[in-house]
Design a protein around this ligand. Structure first.
Ligand code: FMN
Length: 366
């Protein structure tokens, strides 16, 4: 099958993309002291030169004392980090690229192996990092208000620096997802509740604040997942009806694009249909969606962390779903981390030149 359908342009609000391929957000921890430097700018500029349609940055943390457990993860606040990000977006756009930062608060996480701790305790909905396991403090209502403000400020800064959109990291068991997930959200106030719809309130307020800060015409993507780093088999929504009560209020609050994180994009979301998560998100909300998960690679990314090498895989099943209109954009992680020229090779049909992904690619910002 030819990949040419992926090379149609895509327009939405502030986004004007030359193709449907998105670089997935990937933490690299190459920003000492939270400042993205010229190596980081070069890394993203090479993906822009390589014809990636939309580059989503690695997760970059908002202005809360314990939003990160790693001093080498970039900040999206403060003079020096924002100056660093300005250099990144300028170089990316000079190379013909379009880019959104992924705004992140880790919530309650385990400390890094280095033992370095942030200047305040990790914070989350109920102090829980995983079912029954305390790892930080429960956020007060003022903490919640300050956190929402920090996201809104970061989004406004992204727009002012010249980024083309923002993505909010609401997936993988980090702060926003800790509110969604019942085992980590045991609150008895208005931010908790037995239903997923009730536990969506924090994210709804956050999206509304971000929308207000960037105005109506700036694109906002929200990344969501059923799985968590704490539990790969976890599911927030067990039926399409439940998924609707989760995603529709977020669309109404201002989300333009749902970025639906799966480890393997071909896996159906619910019994009785082969639609994947991005397929359901688009069907239920009417909004464009991004699929992701082992596109063009033989093994999934968690296996890759355990040292498994992934080899190139055909795009036929992806194209079958794309042609059917299940989703609008396709995010590619490891294949693009390993090879800045991946998109051009696909466009030119040079599949014999694809290199796959091995763990050694994580060691450098090439
Ligand atoms: C090194 C690495 C770092 C990652 N960091 C992030 C991150 O900061 N934010 C995020 O939402 N996902 C992160 N992910 C998940 C990827 O965005 C993507 O969903 C996953 O790798 C599956 O896509 P792939 O199979 O094409 O690699 C990371 C993945 C990798 C491999």
């Amino acid at each position: 099958m030819t990949a040419s359908p992926l090379f149609q342009p895509f327009r939405l609000k502030s986004l004007d993309l030359k193709n449907r391929i998105v670089m997935a957000p990937m933490t690299r921890s190459f920003s000492p002291g939270g400042v993205p430097n010229s190596n980081v700018a070069g890394y993203y500029a090479r993906r822009a030169e390589g014809e990636v349609g939309l580059i989503i940055s690695e997760g970059t943390v908002v202005n809360r004392p314990a939003s990160s457990n790693d001093p080498d993860i970039p900040h999206f606040y403060g003079k020096k980090p924002l100056r660093g990000w300005k250099a990144v977006i300028d170089r990316v756009q000079a190379a013909g690229g379009v880019m959104a930062p992924q705004l992140w608060h880790m919530g309650i996480v385990s400390p890094k192996d280095s033992g370095r701790l942030p200047p305040a305790p990790f914070e989350g909905p109920s102090g829980l990092v995983a079912p029954g396991k305390i790892g930080g403090v429960a956020m007060t209502e003022p903490d919640i208000a300050q956190t929402i403000k920090a996201f809104a400020q970061a989004a406004a800064d992204a727009k002012a620096l010249g980024f083309n959109a923002v993505e909010l990291h609401g997936a993988h068991g980090y702060l926003i997802d800790q509110f969604f997930w019942h085992p980590t959200n045991q609150r008895t106030d208005g931010y908790g509740g037995q239903s997923l719809a009730e536990r969506t309130r924090f994210a709804v307020e956050l999206v509304r604040a971000v929308r207000k800060s960037v105005g109506p015409d700036f694109a906002i993507s929200l990344r969501v997942s059923q799985w968590k780093l704490q539990d790969y088999a976890a599911r927030l929504a067990t039926t399409p009806q439940e998924m609707e009560t989760w995603l529709v209020p977020l669309a109404e609050a201002g989300v333009d694009i749902f970025h639906c994180s799966q480890r393997r994009f071909w896996e159906p979301e619910f019994i009785g249909s082969d639609l994947n998560f991005a397929g359901w998100a688009k069907k239920l909300t009417g909004k464009p969606s991004i699929t992701v998960g082992s596109v063009g690679l033989s093994g999934d990314f968690l296996a890759a962390f355990q040292g498994e090498t992934s080899t190139p895989r055909s795009l036929d099943e992806l194209l079958r779903r794309f042609d059917r209109g299940d989703f609008d954009l396709v995010a590619v992680g490891r294949a693009l981390l390993a090879d800045a020229g991946w998109v051009r090779k696909i466009r030119e049909g040079r599949s014999f030149e694809l290199i796959g992904f091995g763990k050694e690619a994580l060691a450098t910002l090439s």
